[in-house]
Design a binder for this molecule. Structure first.
Ligand SMILES: [Zn+2]
Length: 435
């Protein structure tokens, strides 16, 4: 009887210690954050802010919540440096993610299920909840080694990146609260890399939404005549397609990366006279008087926006063909003094040299710096003239952002923490007065 009691007591002790170990590891904390559903259209920002705040406070970090738009909180976590007069560092991640279609996933997108081989499946595992938690874990390691930063370090957790940043960074970047942080250098999200090297991004492409419209004489479907709306629109599409080829050919010939050319992709065509009696849904014997097409255009920072505007005006939607156009520029192409939005990746930028050295000393290798094909919040900060590098340390990892079955391997995640530990300790110890 007595023996049984002792055994029971022992098993309770073992069970308790095992449970507390399991509950308090970097991987478990990553899974906890991944389980908070911050996918659009109803991201649970309150739960994300609450979780990140509790993590930050457990590390004795300061937290502030800004709300430029109601229901869209922005969490700032601060680790004060010993010399607050030096420009600070900012590590950014967005809390929101794109939606997931659970039926297309092998594991539910908000369960953060870890397979036997260590792959953690979740929406946001790569984009970009990994870096969000890696920043905090790196600070945890540094604090355990009694490291003290010279420069102040901020972490920002922002809403609405995936919907264009209008209620997040676009407002934060213009705020006095942001300017008072005196940020000298910022890091933002990057992308996974299939090979051994980490990818790093020094610029984004800027999207333009272009709509071209043609109007012309309507006419009988049997007649061939000049100046019809459809005919003019189709001629423009032909000319635009030729331009698209010149850009794509550079990529196919290996002379430029996808992100270094101007991409032009048609996304909708709209015309025709609706008919409820026609099998096609449209009147088939009338040539319509209006026609419209929409394009997704992406401009690298090296592109000349005036040249592109002139091309649209002269060739793609010329007024003498009764054509009009509208460009919606989704973000800036130039900074506040007119420079292309590019962060230097050479010795002229001391932050670059320190970052590169820090990655190397953590055992990592950097690929040739790239322009990101798509767009992130980084453009709002580069516009202020602040250098920003896009970086998510995920080597030997399939690129699954926005895809079904997004996952990240546990060992890759843990390596990333060590990389950030090195980056944070190096950047925050930099004594120079670069800003
Ligand atoms: Zn992202």
């Amino acid at each position: 009887m007595k023996r049984k009691v002792v055994l029971l007591w022992l098993s309770v002790v073992i069970a308790t210690s095992a449970a507390s170990d399991d509950d308090d590891t970097p991987i478990v904390r990553f899974q906890e954050y991944l389980r908070i559903n911050t996918a659009h259209p109803n991201p649970n920002y309150a739960a994300a802010v609450s979780y990140l705040t509790s993590q930050a406070r457990s590390l004795q970090l300061q937290t502030t919540v800004f709300e430029f738009v109601q229901g869209k909180p922005l969490l700032l976590v601060t680790w004060p440096g010993s010399d607050p007069s030096l420009p600070s560092l900012l590590l950014n991640s967005h809390m929101d993610s794109v939606p997931a279609e659970p039926s297309k996933w092998i594991h539910p997108p908000f369960d953060a299920h870890k397979t036997d081989d260590g792959n953690i499946f979740a929406r946001g595992a790569q984009d970009d909840k990994s870096i969000a938690m890696q920043y905090l874990e790196a600070i945890r390691l540094l604090k355990s080694k009694s490291f003290h930063p010279l420069r102040t370090l901020h972490l920002s957790y922002v809403p609405d990146e995936e919907t264009g940043g209008l209620h997040g960074w676009q407002m934060f970047a213009k705020s006095k609260e942001f300017h008072s942080l005196n940020v000298g250098f910022m890091m933002d999200e990057g992308q996974a890399s299939l090979g051994d090297e980490f990818r790093v991004f020094y610029a984004d492409r800027t999207p333009w939404n272009l709509v071209i419209k043609a109007v012309g004489m309507p006419g009988h479907g049997s007649r061939m005549y000049d100046g019809g709306a459809m005919e003019n629109l189709m001629k423009s599409v032909e000319i635009m397609t030729r331009f698209r080829h010149t850009q794509f050919d550079l990529v196919k010939a290996g002379l430029a990366a996808h992100s270094e050319v101007i991409s032009v992709n048609p996304v909708y065509l709209k015309s025709g006279i609706p008919s409820s009696v026609s099998l096609t849904g449209f009147v088939m014997n009338v040539q319509p008087s209006e026609a419209e097409a929409g394009f997704d255009i992406r401009l690298p920072p090296t592109a000349d926006p005036d040249m592109v505007r002139k091309r649209i005006m002269d060739e793609w939607a010329p007024a003498h063909k009764n054509m009009t156009f509208q460009i919606v520029e989704k973000g800036p192409l130039r900074d506040y003094v007119g420079r292309p939005l590019m962060t230097p990746t050479d010795d002229s930028n001391p932050w670059w040299s320190i970052f590169k050295q820090a990655v190397t000393s953590a055992g990592g290798r950097l690929a040739k710096p790239e322009i990101l094909s798509s767009t992130t919040d980084a453009r709002y900060i580069r516009q202020l003239g602040i250098p920003v590098l896009g970086f998510s340390p995920m080597a030997n990892t399939p690129i699954l952002l926005h895809d079904h079955n997004e996952f990240l391997k546990d060992s890759v995640y843990l390596t990333g923490i060590k990389v950030y530990e090195s980056i944070i300790s190096s950047l925050s110890s930099y004594e120079g007065n670069s800003s």
